[in-house]
Design a protein around this ligand. Structure first.
Ligand SMILES: Nc1ncnc2c1ncn2[C@@H]1O[C@H](COP(=O)(O)OP(=O)(O)OP(=O)(O)O)[C@@H](O)[C@H]1O
Length: 251
């Protein structure tokens, strides 16, 4: 697998002046309150912030799983708001990968069938060389014909990571990908995400509330009350934890 050359100025995904309001009237919640943030191509970015700060909402809107109340969301040069439902579905299928806390594997399919499922559903044979290399990156060569129930949680999440990257997406969004894992398996999956970004020049955007997880990223963006409040490059768990402590306003 050869890494393609990327420039740090290219943006894989971004939102501009993003506002998301849930509900209306007295009970409405302003989950995003004017967020502008870009996720550079070829980088691993973590989104952090206190509970309820808008992390998942930002990820869902940036990925085209949900729509903004105002502002714009872009994957590469495509503004998601300009797409009709069919084109949005195709864009998500062809250009975006997802990893969720629940691995969402199909229990009746083998590991390799799960990895290629999105391509199979799209009637696409995929890039065999790429998928073969991916299987090595995620360390599943010896498990290809097992079913998910025969794997540990960490191994299942590695299958989900391989599946997310199988179609060579522009960006993979991961929402608390280690939330169900013990710390050792979690470390493995995070190391894998970082390695995949570096070895394959892909882009990962990960939502997490865990400073140790965020430290695997190249950069951390911090949300508080639906606003972008800081960015940190070369994060360490201690530095992220210190930054998070600043959000804890004494009552
Ligand atoms: N579907 C919804 N309907 C109404 N309010 C919502 C909905 N989804 C999220 N919210 C509210 O929007 C705000 C931001 O939620 P969001 O899930 O994006 O935060 P988060 O930072 O991901 O939180 P956590 O770390 O707890 O998962 C919260 O106040 C939440 O209650």
């Amino acid at each position: 697998m050869t890494a393609t050359t990327t420039t740090t100025t290219r943006t894989a995904a971004r939102v501009v002046d993003a506002v998301k309001v849930y509900g209306s009237g007295d009970t409405s919640v302003r989950a995003l309150d004017g967020v502008s943030v870009d996720f550079p191509a070829g980088r691993f970015t973590a989104i952090m912030g206190p509970s309820g700060s808008g992390k998942s909402t930002l990820m869902h809107c940036a990925a085209g799983l949900d729509t903004l109340t105002s502002g714009t969301a872009h994957i590469g040069d495509t503004e998601l708001g300009t797409l009709d439902d069919r084109r949005l579905t195709l864009m998500r299928r062809d250009r975006v990968g997802f990893v969720f806390q629940a691995y969402n594997l199909v229990p009746t399919l083998t590991v390799v069938e799960n990895i290629t499922l999105p391509l199979d559903l799209a009637g696409d044979t995929g890039d065999k060389e790429w998928i073969d290399a991916l299987i090595d990156v995620v360390g599943l060569r010896g498990r290809l014909h097992h079913r998910p129930s025969e794997l540990s949680g960490g191994q299942q999440q590695r299958v989900a990571v391989a599946r997310a990257f199988a179609g060579r997406p522009d960006v993979v969004f991961a929402d608390e990908p280690t939330g169900n894992l013990d710390s050792r398996s979690g470390e493995e999956v995070l190391g894998l995400l970082g390695r995949t970004v570096r070895q394959t020049a892909r882009t990962v955007v990960m939502v997490t509330h865990d400073p140790v997880a965020a430290a695997h990223a190249d950069e951390v963006v911090f949300l508080a009350d639906g606003r972008l409040v800081d960015r940190m490059t070369s994060p360490t768990a201690d530095k992220v934890l210190d930054r998070m402590k600043a959000f804890e306003v004494p009552s």
